[in-house]
Design a protein around this ligand. Structure first.
Ligand code: ZN
Length: 240
């Protein structure tokens, strides 16, 4: 059983009628019910919860954190971001969705600005799987269409060890590394671009399949604290 915590800033759904109509239980609620299977157990938290949803207690019972955010990035307190980033380095999995690319958490773990080009006109997106042997691509078609999407385009300022599993083409001509993996410390990270709040993207079966696969791939194999202990020699040292 993988313990999944879905963290949603939960601002658009409360402030915009159209988004609330699309996601009446919040983006977190739609993801929790869309991803439900026997091997995953879900807990949903939002920025309004204690420690902005990233308390030690929550993180301690989380195997994989799924993260959606947009307007609230600047409101995240550094202490909460640091705590979550440390958990990733110590082995917790992280799945960052859509505009979460610009969150302090993702930026901290990437070490880059994570800036990109964007355009929100509802154009068509075609997603291509470029690593069909990757576990996150299992059961996902080689290509699928998101009928209406926000364009995120290259250049995408992510670190050079980011490995693409998906790439996207947008109707307006742009391309983007829309699904990438990273490893930080013992933690596995997946970023996936589809998920603009104004379209029913988190109800789309291919998108849910990718996110579900990513959660299973990011689940920790090992958890431990990175330290720098001074150690005694095991063998005698005769070097003068
Ligand atoms: Zn968006």
């Amino acid at each position: 059983m993988i313990r999944v915590t879905i963290w949603n800033e939960f601002i658009h759904e409360q402030q915009e009628e159209a988004v609330r109509a699309l996601y009446p239980d919040g983006i977190h609620g739609a993801l929790a019910s869309g991803l439900r299977t026997d091997d995953l157990r879900f807990e949903c938290v939002t920025m309004d919860d204690p420690d902005q949803g990233l308390s030690e207690a929550v993180l301690n019972r989380t195997d994989v954190l799924v993260y959606w955010a947009h307007w609230g990035h600047a409101r995240m307190e550094d202490v909460n971001v640091r705590r979550a980033a440390e958990c990733v380095r110590n082995g917790m999995g992280l799945v960052v969705l859509h505009s979460g690319h610009y969150s302090k958490l993702f930026q901290t773990l990437c070490g880059t600005t994570c800036a990109l080009e964007w355009r929100a006109v509802g154009e068509k997106e075609r997603v291509w799987c470029v690593a069909p042997d990757h576990p996150i691509a299992e059961g996902v078609p080689q290509t699928f269409v998101v009928p209406h999407s926000e364009m995120y385009g290259e250049p995408f300022d992510i670190p050079e060890d980011a490995k693409p599993v998906f790439m996207s083409w947008f109707e307006g001509g742009n391309v983007f590394r829309s699904g990438i993996t990273l490893k930080r410390g013992f933690g596995r990270i997946f970023y996936f671009e589809p998920g603009h709040e104004k379209y029913p993207i988190f109800y789309q079966p291919e998108v849910l399949r990718v996110i579900g696969n990513a959660v299973r791939w990011a689940a920790p194999r090992y958890r431990g604290v990175h330290t720098t202990p001074k150690v005694e020699n095991l063998e005698p040292i005769r070097t003068e």
